[in-house]
Ligand binder design. Structure first.
Ligand code: KG4
Ligand code: ZN
Length: 329
Protein backbone atom coordinates (compact mmCIF):
# COMPACT_ATOMS: atom_id res chain seq x y z
CA UNK A 1 0.00 0.00 0.00
CA UNK A 2 1.25 3.48 -0.93
CA UNK A 3 -0.22 6.57 0.70
CA UNK A 4 0.42 9.99 -0.80
CA UNK A 5 -0.40 13.24 0.93
CA UNK A 6 -1.49 15.89 -1.59
CA UNK A 7 -1.48 19.66 -1.16
CA UNK A 8 -3.34 22.18 -3.33
CA UNK A 9 -3.07 25.95 -2.77
CA UNK A 10 -2.98 27.28 -6.34
CA UNK A 11 -5.94 29.66 -6.04
CA UNK A 12 -8.68 30.10 -3.45
CA UNK A 13 -8.94 26.56 -2.05
CA UNK A 14 -6.64 25.34 0.70
CA UNK A 15 -6.83 21.59 0.36
CA UNK A 16 -4.98 18.58 1.76
CA UNK A 17 -5.83 14.96 1.00
CA UNK A 18 -4.52 11.48 1.70
CA UNK A 19 -5.00 8.96 -1.09
CA UNK A 20 -4.15 5.26 -1.06
CA UNK A 21 -2.68 3.68 -4.21
CA UNK A 22 -3.85 6.58 -6.37
CA UNK A 23 -7.47 5.51 -6.02
CA UNK A 24 -8.86 5.37 -2.53
CA UNK A 25 -9.47 8.82 -1.05
CA UNK A 26 -8.92 8.52 2.70
CA UNK A 27 -9.54 12.21 3.33
CA UNK A 28 -9.89 15.31 1.17
CA UNK A 29 -10.31 18.51 3.15
CA UNK A 30 -11.13 21.60 1.11
CA UNK A 31 -11.34 25.02 2.73
CA UNK A 32 -12.69 27.59 0.26
CA UNK A 33 -11.74 31.23 0.86
CA UNK A 34 -15.15 32.90 0.77
CA UNK A 35 -13.58 36.25 1.61
CA UNK A 36 -13.03 36.93 -2.12
CA UNK A 37 -16.82 37.03 -2.71
CA UNK A 38 -17.06 40.66 -1.69
CA UNK A 39 -14.41 41.65 -4.26
CA UNK A 40 -16.05 39.73 -7.13
CA UNK A 41 -12.89 37.72 -7.81
CA UNK A 42 -9.81 36.26 -6.17
CA UNK A 43 -7.44 38.86 -4.64
CA UNK A 44 -3.99 37.23 -4.92
CA UNK A 45 -2.31 38.62 -1.79
CA UNK A 46 -5.36 37.88 0.38
CA UNK A 47 -5.34 34.36 -1.05
CA UNK A 48 -1.70 33.74 -0.04
CA UNK A 49 -2.28 35.07 3.46
CA UNK A 50 -5.39 32.93 3.94
CA UNK A 51 -3.49 29.81 2.81
CA UNK A 52 -0.70 30.61 5.28
CA UNK A 53 -3.21 31.12 8.09
CA UNK A 54 -5.29 27.98 7.54
CA UNK A 55 -3.02 25.38 5.97
CA UNK A 56 -2.03 23.74 9.25
CA UNK A 57 -5.67 23.42 10.40
CA UNK A 58 -6.55 21.80 7.07
CA UNK A 59 -3.50 19.53 7.39
CA UNK A 60 -4.39 18.26 10.88
CA UNK A 61 -7.99 17.69 9.83
CA UNK A 62 -6.88 15.70 6.76
CA UNK A 63 -4.51 13.55 8.83
CA UNK A 64 -7.13 12.95 11.55
CA UNK A 65 -9.85 12.03 9.09
CA UNK A 66 -7.62 9.63 7.16
CA UNK A 67 -6.69 7.65 10.29
CA UNK A 68 -3.11 7.41 8.94
CA UNK A 69 -0.04 8.12 11.04
CA UNK A 70 1.95 10.82 9.21
CA UNK A 71 5.10 8.71 9.65
CA UNK A 72 3.48 6.01 7.54
CA UNK A 73 2.87 8.08 4.42
CA UNK A 74 5.13 7.44 1.43
CA UNK A 75 5.44 10.87 -0.18
CA UNK A 76 4.08 14.40 -0.33
CA UNK A 77 2.80 15.80 -3.61
CA UNK A 78 2.09 19.47 -4.16
CA UNK A 79 0.82 21.65 -7.00
CA UNK A 80 3.64 23.99 -8.02
CA UNK A 81 1.95 25.57 -11.05
CA UNK A 82 0.12 26.95 -12.87
CA UNK A 83 -1.62 29.19 -10.36
CA UNK A 84 -1.15 32.32 -8.25
CA UNK A 85 2.52 32.55 -7.38
CA UNK A 86 2.17 33.57 -3.72
CA UNK A 87 -0.54 30.98 -3.13
CA UNK A 88 1.47 28.19 -4.78
CA UNK A 89 4.47 29.23 -2.72
CA UNK A 90 2.60 28.64 0.55
CA UNK A 91 1.73 25.06 -0.38
CA UNK A 92 5.20 24.38 -1.76
CA UNK A 93 6.94 25.62 1.39
CA UNK A 94 4.57 23.59 3.55
CA UNK A 95 5.30 20.48 1.45
CA UNK A 96 9.06 21.03 1.67
CA UNK A 97 8.78 21.47 5.44
CA UNK A 98 6.91 18.16 5.81
CA UNK A 99 9.31 16.46 3.44
CA UNK A 100 12.38 17.56 5.42
CA UNK A 101 10.86 16.92 8.82
CA UNK A 102 9.50 13.45 8.09
CA UNK A 103 12.18 12.53 5.57
CA UNK A 104 9.72 11.75 2.79
CA UNK A 105 10.15 12.42 -0.92
CA UNK A 106 8.16 15.26 -2.34
CA UNK A 107 6.60 15.41 -5.77
CA UNK A 108 5.80 18.59 -7.70
CA UNK A 109 2.55 18.24 -9.62
CA UNK A 110 1.10 20.16 -12.55
CA UNK A 111 -2.26 21.71 -11.70
CA UNK A 112 -3.85 20.87 -15.07
CA UNK A 113 -2.67 17.23 -14.99
CA UNK A 114 -4.18 16.96 -11.50
CA UNK A 115 -7.55 18.12 -12.89
CA UNK A 116 -7.43 15.43 -15.59
CA UNK A 117 -6.59 12.78 -12.94
CA UNK A 118 -10.01 13.49 -11.33
CA UNK A 119 -11.32 11.07 -13.95
CA UNK A 120 -9.14 8.24 -12.61
CA UNK A 121 -10.45 8.86 -9.09
CA UNK A 122 -13.95 8.69 -10.54
CA UNK A 123 -13.69 5.90 -13.12
CA UNK A 124 -10.54 3.88 -12.31
CA UNK A 125 -8.31 2.92 -15.23
CA UNK A 126 -8.89 5.10 -18.28
CA UNK A 127 -8.49 4.10 -21.89
CA UNK A 128 -6.06 6.14 -24.00
CA UNK A 129 -5.56 8.17 -26.09
CA UNK A 130 -8.32 10.44 -24.91
CA UNK A 131 -9.33 13.99 -25.66
CA UNK A 132 -9.59 16.10 -22.54
CA UNK A 133 -11.15 19.52 -22.15
CA UNK A 134 -9.80 21.23 -19.05
CA UNK A 135 -11.92 24.30 -18.30
CA UNK A 136 -11.55 26.30 -15.13
CA UNK A 137 -11.14 29.84 -13.85
CA UNK A 138 -7.52 30.05 -14.95
CA UNK A 139 -7.31 27.84 -18.04
CA UNK A 140 -9.30 26.44 -20.91
CA UNK A 141 -7.35 23.93 -22.95
CA UNK A 142 -7.84 20.86 -25.10
CA UNK A 143 -5.36 18.04 -24.75
CA UNK A 144 -4.76 14.68 -26.31
CA UNK A 145 -3.82 12.55 -23.33
CA UNK A 146 -1.73 9.45 -23.98
CA UNK A 147 -0.72 6.58 -21.69
CA UNK A 148 0.86 7.67 -18.41
CA UNK A 149 -0.74 11.07 -18.81
CA UNK A 150 1.58 12.29 -21.54
CA UNK A 151 -0.35 15.33 -22.71
CA UNK A 152 -0.28 17.09 -26.04
CA UNK A 153 -1.86 20.57 -26.13
CA UNK A 154 -3.99 21.09 -29.23
CA UNK A 155 -5.94 24.23 -28.30
CA UNK A 156 -6.23 26.87 -25.61
CA UNK A 157 -7.98 30.12 -24.89
CA UNK A 158 -6.46 33.17 -26.52
CA UNK A 159 -7.96 35.50 -23.88
CA UNK A 160 -10.28 34.66 -20.95
CA UNK A 161 -10.81 31.18 -19.55
CA UNK A 162 -14.33 29.71 -19.62
CA UNK A 163 -14.65 29.93 -15.82
CA UNK A 164 -13.41 33.50 -15.96
CA UNK A 165 -16.17 34.28 -18.49
CA UNK A 166 -18.74 32.84 -16.06
CA UNK A 167 -17.19 34.83 -13.20
CA UNK A 168 -17.03 38.14 -15.08
CA UNK A 169 -20.56 37.86 -16.49
CA UNK A 170 -21.85 36.97 -13.00
CA UNK A 171 -20.13 40.07 -11.65
CA UNK A 172 -21.93 42.23 -14.25
CA UNK A 173 -25.21 40.63 -13.17
CA UNK A 174 -24.29 41.15 -9.49
CA UNK A 175 -24.53 37.41 -8.83
CA UNK A 176 -21.40 37.13 -6.68
CA UNK A 177 -18.26 35.01 -6.92
CA UNK A 178 -17.68 32.28 -8.08
CA UNK A 179 -19.91 33.02 -11.05
CA UNK A 180 -20.23 29.56 -12.61
CA UNK A 181 -22.35 27.94 -9.88
CA UNK A 182 -24.59 31.00 -9.48
CA UNK A 183 -25.18 31.40 -13.24
CA UNK A 184 -25.96 27.69 -13.42
CA UNK A 185 -28.41 27.94 -10.51
CA UNK A 186 -30.25 30.98 -11.94
CA UNK A 187 -30.45 29.46 -15.42
CA UNK A 188 -32.30 26.31 -14.39
CA UNK A 189 -35.72 27.26 -15.80
CA UNK A 190 -34.41 29.80 -18.28
CA UNK A 191 -34.87 29.93 -22.03
CA UNK A 192 -31.50 29.30 -23.69
CA UNK A 193 -32.74 31.07 -26.86
CA UNK A 194 -33.88 34.24 -25.10
CA UNK A 195 -30.89 36.16 -26.46
CA UNK A 196 -28.16 34.90 -28.77
CA UNK A 197 -24.82 35.91 -27.29
CA UNK A 198 -21.90 35.46 -29.72
CA UNK A 199 -19.87 32.25 -30.07
CA UNK A 200 -16.30 33.05 -31.15
CA UNK A 201 -15.48 31.55 -34.51
CA UNK A 202 -11.84 30.51 -34.47
CA UNK A 203 -10.70 28.07 -37.13
CA UNK A 204 -8.26 25.98 -35.06
CA UNK A 205 -8.95 24.44 -31.63
CA UNK A 206 -8.35 27.64 -29.66
CA UNK A 207 -11.08 29.32 -27.63
CA UNK A 208 -12.03 32.96 -27.02
CA UNK A 209 -14.47 34.35 -24.49
CA UNK A 210 -13.64 38.05 -24.30
CA UNK A 211 -16.08 38.97 -27.09
CA UNK A 212 -18.88 37.26 -25.22
CA UNK A 213 -18.00 39.20 -22.08
CA UNK A 214 -18.12 42.51 -23.99
CA UNK A 215 -21.41 41.63 -25.64
CA UNK A 216 -22.95 40.81 -22.25
CA UNK A 217 -21.74 44.20 -21.01
CA UNK A 218 -23.31 46.05 -23.98
CA UNK A 219 -26.48 43.98 -23.73
CA UNK A 220 -26.92 44.89 -20.06
CA UNK A 221 -26.01 48.56 -20.55
CA UNK A 222 -29.39 49.61 -21.92
CA UNK A 223 -31.52 47.31 -19.72
CA UNK A 224 -33.02 48.53 -16.47
CA UNK A 225 -32.92 46.57 -13.24
CA UNK A 226 -36.56 45.48 -13.51
CA UNK A 227 -35.96 43.93 -16.94
CA UNK A 228 -32.83 42.15 -15.71
CA UNK A 229 -34.51 40.82 -12.59
CA UNK A 230 -37.60 39.63 -14.47
CA UNK A 231 -35.52 37.89 -17.12
CA UNK A 232 -32.55 36.77 -15.05
CA UNK A 233 -33.13 33.07 -15.65
CA UNK A 234 -33.33 33.62 -19.42
CA UNK A 235 -30.26 35.89 -19.55
CA UNK A 236 -28.14 33.48 -17.51
CA UNK A 237 -29.40 30.47 -19.51
CA UNK A 238 -28.54 32.26 -22.78
CA UNK A 239 -25.05 33.22 -21.75
CA UNK A 240 -24.34 29.82 -20.21
CA UNK A 241 -25.42 28.31 -23.54
CA UNK A 242 -22.96 30.52 -25.44
CA UNK A 243 -20.06 29.34 -23.24
CA UNK A 244 -21.12 25.69 -23.30
CA UNK A 245 -21.71 25.73 -27.07
CA UNK A 246 -18.21 26.96 -27.78
CA UNK A 247 -16.66 24.35 -25.48
CA UNK A 248 -18.71 21.49 -26.91
CA UNK A 249 -18.15 22.58 -30.50
CA UNK A 250 -14.36 22.43 -30.05
CA UNK A 251 -14.44 19.05 -28.33
CA UNK A 252 -16.59 17.60 -31.11
CA UNK A 253 -14.53 19.01 -33.95
CA UNK A 254 -11.23 17.92 -32.34
CA UNK A 255 -12.66 14.45 -31.72
CA UNK A 256 -13.57 14.17 -35.39
CA UNK A 257 -10.37 15.74 -36.73
CA UNK A 258 -8.07 13.52 -34.62
CA UNK A 259 -10.38 10.52 -34.73
CA UNK A 260 -10.37 10.13 -30.95
CA UNK A 261 -13.45 8.45 -29.57
CA UNK A 262 -12.72 8.79 -25.87
CA UNK A 263 -13.63 12.18 -24.44
CA UNK A 264 -13.20 13.65 -20.99
CA UNK A 265 -13.97 16.77 -19.02
CA UNK A 266 -11.99 18.29 -16.16
CA UNK A 267 -11.60 21.52 -14.18
CA UNK A 268 -14.09 23.65 -12.25
CA UNK A 269 -16.35 24.32 -15.25
CA UNK A 270 -16.78 20.56 -15.77
CA UNK A 271 -19.15 20.72 -12.78
CA UNK A 272 -21.60 22.52 -15.06
CA UNK A 273 -24.61 20.28 -15.63
CA UNK A 274 -25.55 21.78 -19.00
CA UNK A 275 -22.00 21.11 -20.28
CA UNK A 276 -22.01 17.57 -18.88
CA UNK A 277 -25.46 16.81 -20.29
CA UNK A 278 -24.77 18.18 -23.77
CA UNK A 279 -21.52 16.25 -24.11
CA UNK A 280 -23.20 13.14 -22.74
CA UNK A 281 -25.94 13.49 -25.34
CA UNK A 282 -23.29 13.70 -28.09
CA UNK A 283 -21.34 10.73 -26.75
CA UNK A 284 -24.45 8.55 -26.55
CA UNK A 285 -25.52 9.57 -30.06
CA UNK A 286 -22.10 8.75 -31.51
CA UNK A 287 -21.20 5.78 -29.32
CA UNK A 288 -18.12 7.56 -27.96
CA UNK A 289 -16.84 7.03 -24.43
CA UNK A 290 -17.15 10.01 -22.07
CA UNK A 291 -15.41 10.40 -18.72
CA UNK A 292 -16.69 13.15 -16.42
CA UNK A 293 -15.35 13.56 -12.88
CA UNK A 294 -17.51 13.30 -9.77
CA UNK A 295 -18.62 16.80 -8.81
CA UNK A 296 -16.37 16.84 -5.73
CA UNK A 297 -13.27 16.36 -7.93
CA UNK A 298 -14.11 19.04 -10.54
CA UNK A 299 -13.01 22.16 -8.69
CA UNK A 300 -9.59 22.49 -7.06
CA UNK A 301 -8.95 19.82 -4.44
CA UNK A 302 -5.97 17.87 -3.15
CA UNK A 303 -7.28 14.35 -3.87
CA UNK A 304 -6.52 14.97 -7.56
CA UNK A 305 -3.01 16.07 -6.52
CA UNK A 306 -2.34 13.06 -4.32
CA UNK A 307 -3.74 10.85 -7.09
CA UNK A 308 -1.42 12.04 -9.81
CA UNK A 309 1.32 12.20 -7.16
CA UNK A 310 0.98 8.41 -6.85
CA UNK A 311 1.55 7.99 -10.57
CA UNK A 312 4.67 10.17 -10.42
CA UNK A 313 5.84 8.36 -7.26
CA UNK A 314 5.92 5.12 -9.20
CA UNK A 315 8.07 6.81 -11.86
CA UNK A 316 10.25 8.44 -9.19
CA UNK A 317 9.27 11.90 -10.38
CA UNK A 318 10.60 13.51 -7.22
CA UNK A 319 11.51 17.15 -6.63
CA UNK A 320 14.16 18.48 -4.29
CA UNK A 321 14.70 21.49 -2.09
CA UNK A 322 15.59 23.55 -5.18
CA UNK A 323 12.22 22.84 -6.80
CA UNK A 324 10.42 26.12 -7.12
CA UNK A 325 7.00 27.35 -8.09
CA UNK A 326 6.54 26.59 -11.80
CA UNK A 327 9.71 24.42 -12.07
CA UNK A 328 9.00 20.85 -13.10
CA UNK A 329 11.52 19.06 -10.88
O1 KG4 B 1 -10.64 24.43 -11.27
P1 KG4 B 1 -11.11 25.53 -10.41
O2 KG4 B 1 -11.63 25.19 -9.04
O3 KG4 B 1 -10.01 26.63 -10.19
C1 KG4 B 1 -9.09 27.00 -11.19
O4 KG4 B 1 -8.17 26.22 -11.46
O5 KG4 B 1 -9.34 28.10 -11.75
O6 KG4 B 1 -12.25 26.29 -11.25
C2 KG4 B 1 -12.93 27.39 -10.73
C3 KG4 B 1 -13.81 27.94 -11.84
C4 KG4 B 1 -14.49 29.26 -11.48
O7 KG4 B 1 -14.32 30.16 -12.56
C5 KG4 B 1 -15.94 28.86 -11.32
O8 KG4 B 1 -16.87 29.89 -11.66
C6 KG4 B 1 -16.06 27.70 -12.28
O9 KG4 B 1 -14.83 27.00 -12.15
N1 KG4 B 1 -17.16 26.78 -11.92
C7 KG4 B 1 -18.24 26.58 -12.71
C8 KG4 B 1 -19.10 25.70 -11.98
N2 KG4 B 1 -18.49 25.40 -10.79
C9 KG4 B 1 -17.30 26.08 -10.78
N3 KG4 B 1 -18.56 27.06 -13.90
C10 KG4 B 1 -19.74 26.67 -14.44
N4 KG4 B 1 -20.62 25.86 -13.80
C11 KG4 B 1 -20.33 25.35 -12.59
N5 KG4 B 1 -21.21 24.55 -11.97
ZN1 ZN C 1 -7.94 24.33 -11.05
Amino acid sequence: MTVILGIETSCDETSIALVKDGREVLSNIVRTQHIHGKFGGVVPDISSREHAEFIDTVYYEAIDKSGIDINKIDAISVVNGPGLIGSLMTGLMFAKGLSLHYNKPFIPVNHVDAHIYANVLTHGNLNFPLLSLVASGGHTSLFIVNKEFKTELIGKTIDDAAGEAFDKCAKMLKLGYPGGPSIEKHSINGNTNFHRFPRAKIKNFDFSFSGLKTSVLYYLNDKDNDFINENLSHITASLQEAIVDQLIHKVISASEEFNINILSLAGGVSANIRLRDKLKEYSIKTGKTLYVPKLCYCTDNAANVAGIGFMLYQKKGFGNMKTNVYSRK
